[in-house]
Ligand binder design. Structure first.
Ligand code: 2AM
Length: 218
């Protein structure tokens, strides 16, 4: 009967330790503050506002989406394709509840989302679901794990799933050799503008985020 079955969660992922969540949130806040003050950003402000000359408060523009985490597999309680197989995968069972260190390599924002890019280790990639990139961008050959990220905020009416899609768009541009417009060297790293309101801050020193592999039922 249903009571003997294992319930499949909404999603699996690495959940950042509470103290680190605060650290990352304040890092993102500082970044937005710096960005808002740059002439280069002001020049492209209409990407965010739809009209020139209008002001935007970036900190209010991106709404908090709660507990910071890096989703591995979105299961939708078993309705998403491959979720049962993922939940039963040996590596998933073995690592469940284990701590891991996520490497954050960049912060990025678009007129839809604000996120941190995660560079997964070989070991962490064993928990990465097959087809996560193909499912999002079927026509491209994007590196496995290149969708990995932490959503830090979304514009009004935007669902967090968008953050990974925005990241993949950026990864695709980089893969196609688009170098973007190197805008500025900030304290945290170099800032690049890729057009259409897409900004990337490559961290000079990747930030290590302690996180626990677990799942969320809601
Ligand atoms: P996120 O990983 O970009 O934050 C609950 O909605 C969580 O699952 C969110 O963290 C969300 O996005 C992620 N999510 C929602 N729908 C998804 C999908 N179709 N594919 C991958 N992740 C998804």
């Amino acid at each position: 009967g249903p009571l003997e079955e294992t319930a499949i969660p909404l999603f699996f992922g690495w959940f950042l330790c509470p103290s680190f969540q605060e650290k990352l949130k304040s890092m993102a806040k500082d970044f937005l503050k710096t960005l808002a003050g740059l002439e280069a950003f002001k020049k492209h402000l209409s990407d965010f506002t739809g009209e020139a000359e209008k002001e935007v408060d970036l900190e209010k523009f991106f709404q908090d989406k709660g507990m910071l985490h890096c989703t591995t597999k979105f299961c939708d309680y078993g309705k998403a394709e491959g979720s049962k197989e993922y939940a039963e995968q040996q590596s998933v069972k073995d690592r469940y509840g284990n701590m891991s260190e996520l490497t954050l390599s960049a912060l990025f924002l678009t007129p839809r989302t604000l996120g941190a890019r995660v560079s997964l280790s070989e070991e962490q990639l064993q928990l990465w679901p097959t087809g996560a990139e193909k499912e999002a961008v079927p026509d491209a050959n994007l590196p496995i794990g290149s969708r990995a990220h932490v959503t830090l905020g979304c514009a009004e009416g935007v669902e967090p799933v968008q953050t990974g899609l925005d990241l993949l768009e950026l990864v695709q541009l980089q893969q196609q050799g688009q170098e973007g417009e190197q805008v500025e060297d900030l304290e945290l790293g170099s800032l690049t503008y890729y057009g259409k309101g897409m900004w990337v801050l490559s961290l000079k020193e990747p930030t290590v985020a302690p996180a626990c592999f677990s799942s969320y039922y809601g």
